[in-house]
Design a protein around this ligand. Structure first.
Ligand code: HEC
Length: 499
């Protein structure tokens, strides 16, 4: 017990140092000295002294400056691959759409004044990108209705050092992208996931703070993701790794949740009724649903009123889900050493009922329920647990040899043929809200197919200028920024889908 207290004190001191450092770093100097962001991602490590080198995109083209009164979108339109767009402090109320490759969008912070994208609760999205090699850094993004920053099949992305507050459904949402970095962002008041890595591969999510959201950091239908050094507090659920059924990418595996603070995630759930996250019970520290090979290591997980870590299968966690092609069990989860205390103080719903059958009025640190095989833990006796009696001894002690899941070289720029355009648009844009047999934010894709059978133009017209048709769904944001070809291609793709 004594050593635990020392560890807690140590952790608090570290946190305090982190906060002080954070303040220091965020306090901007008189003139921004942010250098040209070439050679991003180079970092050294303290553990072994050797160097971890990642070759990222370099921006060695023109510098385009945007100042208060100017338009970021116009700058994007005049930019070429390799250009750096620098946005000076001021308020910009626009939707920026980047469909070019290798563009850096960099806010310039002067005297504590940030360039601010303000959607005024009228505009849907702040920044959408479909190009590869996009960098977005140093922006304050507030009051949008849809997304703060959304990637639509863009690879080699870097999103960092942004504040994203009250931007609707998702804060930072790369969808269907490979090789990305999301770091040093602060995201708050997001009605679904603050940071949502959806159908991606090889993404690092590092040093972010997420609070007052429904879901803090969500790794969904994604593989090879490292979630490290983040601070997730006061969300409904802190860190989540799961499979949403009905999406074109069916699996989530090889995910490391390491060195995070997961604290007091007890926020009332304000997710859209019917959405997946609306089912997350308040008080969830970490949720692993149907994802495989998830490693939970060295996190401080405390004050989460329901459970510290919940591990469930789809049949339990999302019983309405109906996708015969999604394997719904969480397999081979590994729990290494974590610090967990004061979790489960006020359990609710099913967990409360199940714990009462155990004569326990508190929720556990670790709660596992439903199917799944091969899961292991390093030291079972450290925690209050439910449902892991049959778990074996963890086969590893730590993950220190995994330093990043980003790729050593950027993936080659994608070439999209007309045949692929429909699929890519569906994966990159629509699948964030529509799934085949499952309700997400929008109605099921098989329903859309039935309504518009034989009439692709009907879909094109709707997505260009959507109307609110259903009382129990929100309004769909217009997708009018998409090209005419992309709209028709995606309509035809949906009508031909067989799941
Ligand atoms: C941010 C979430 C979101 C995204 C992204 C999205 N939709 Fe929707 N969509 C909705 C919602 C919500 C509705 C239901 C609106 C209603 O019924 O009032 C909807 C409804 C629809 C409908 C109407 C079906 C009918 O009843 O006629 C079609 C067609 C559609 N979406 C197609 C698409 C396509 C194609 C894409 C991708 C290009 C897409 N949507 C992207 C949320 C979204």
């Amino acid at each position: 017990m004594k050593s635990n207290i020392f560890k807690i004190i140590g952790a608090l001191v570290l946190l305090a140092i982190g906060v002080v450092l954070g303040k220091f770093v965020f306090k901007a100097p008189k003139e921004s000295t942010t250098p040209m962001p070439s050679g991003l991602g180079y970092r050294t490590t303290g553990t072994t002294g050797d160097t971890l080198e990642i070759h990222s995109v370099s921006y060695d083209g023109q510098i385009i400056e945007v100042r208060q009164g100017g338009s970021i979108q116009e700058a994007v339109e005049s930019a070429h691959s390799g250009d750096l767009i620098r946005v000076f402090p001021g308020t910009y109320s626009e939707n920026v759409f980047i469909d070019k490759n290798n563009i850096a969008l960099q806010g310039v912070v002067i005297d504590g004044q940030w360039p601010t994208l303000d959607g005024k609760k009228e505009i849907n999205d702040a920044i959408l990108y479909s190009g590869d090699g996009i960098l977005v850094e140093n922006f304050k993004i507030i009051n949008y209705k849809g997304n703060g920053i959304m990637g639509q099949a863009g690879n080699n992305f870097v999103i960092r050092n942004n504040w994203i507050i009250d931007t609707g459904v998702y804060g930072i949402f790369p969808q269907y992208g490979k090789n990305g970095l999301i770091e040093h962002n602060v995201c708050s008041k997001i009605a679904d996931a603050a940071i949502y890595v959806g159908m991606c591969d090889n993404v690092d999510v590092l040093h972010n703070e997420v609070f007052d959201n429904v879901a803090g950091i969500e790794i969904e239908n994604s593989r090879h993701c490292l979630v490290e050094n983040n601070y997730a507090h006061n969300n409904t659920g802190g860190l989540l790794a799961f499979v949403t059924p009905g999406l074109p990418i069916k699996t989530a595996f090889d995910i490391i949740l390491r060195n995070n603070f997961v604290v007091n995630n007890n926020h009332e759930n304000f997710g859209a009724p019917g959405s997946t996250v609306a089912g997350i019970p308040a008080g969830t520290g970490i949720l692993i649903m149907a994802a495989d090979d998830v490693i939970v290591e060295n996190n401080i997980i405390t004050g989460n009123d329901n459970t510290g870590i919940t591990i469930v299968d789809l049949a339990t966690g999302d019983p309405k889900a109906n996708d015969p092609n999604s394997e719904g069990n969480p397999d081979r989860v590994i729990i290494l050493d974590n610090m967990m205390y004061n979790n489960g103080e006020n359990p609710t719903g099913e967990i409360k009922a199940i714990m009462l059958t155990q004569m326990d009025s508190k929720g556990p640190d670790i709660f596992a329920y439903g199917g799944g095989t091969g899961s292991t833990i390093r030291d079972k006796n450290r925690y209050r647990t439910f449902g892991i009696d049959d778990w074996g001894q963890a086969p590893i002690t730590d993950t220190r040899d995994v330093r990043t899941y980003r790729l050593p070289e950027p993936v080659p720029i994608k070439e999209v043929t007309p045949e692929e355009l429909g699929e890519l648009t569906y994966y990159g844009v629509c699948a964030g809200c529509h799934a085949w047999g499952t309700r997400l934010i929008g109605p099921r894709t098989n329903i859309i197919q039935a309504i518009h059978k034989g009439n692709p133009q009907g879909i094109v017209d709707y997505i260009t200028n959507p109307k609110n048709l259903r009382e129990d769904f929100p309004e769909m944001p217009p997708q009018d920024y998409l090209s005419e070809e992309a709209k028709m291609a995606v309509a035809e793709y949906i009508l031909a889908m067989k799941e």
